[in-house]
Design a protein around this ligand. Structure first.
Ligand SMILES: [Zn+2]
Length: 122
């Protein structure tokens, strides 16, 4: 993912704070990496304090969607059990308060294992 995309995520999270933001990640799957190329606002996203919910059955059948990113206004970068139980796509990305830079973003796979995040300076 490039710097611009990262900043868009951080800005979006800041703007909705203290509410949660949730966005879909669109990208390309490679052999051992996933490149994130776009962000999409999910249909019927509902924002509230302490939860960001998407109606998954309303989701477009778009196979270029590789995961989701949502914010944790609490500042906790660890996925909750609910997060891991409601995975959509291959990547679960979390951005935590104060949404300043890449140190406030983490990505996880289905097993809750932390993935390496590479930021391309474009
Ligand atoms: Zn969460």
């Amino acid at each position: 993912m490039n710097r611009e995309l990262l900043n868009t995520i951080l800005e979006g999270a800041k703007r909705l704070y203290p509410k949660e933001v949730i966005l879909l990640l669109r990208g390309k799957k490679r052999k051992d990496a996933i490149e994130i190329t776009d962000l999409l606002v999910p249909p019927l996203a509902r924002y509230g304090q302490g939860f960001a919910e998407v109606r998954l059955h309303m989701m477009p059948m778009d196979f270029s969607i590789v995961g989701t990113v949502h914010s944790h206004p609490s500042g906790n970068l660890t996925p909750s059990n609910t997060d891991l139980n409601h995975l959509f796509g291959a990547i679960l990305m979390i951005t935590a308060f104060p949404f300043a830079d890449e140190r406030n973003i983490a990505a996880y796979n289905h097993d809750g294992e932390k993935l390496t995040l590479q930021i391309k300076e474009s």
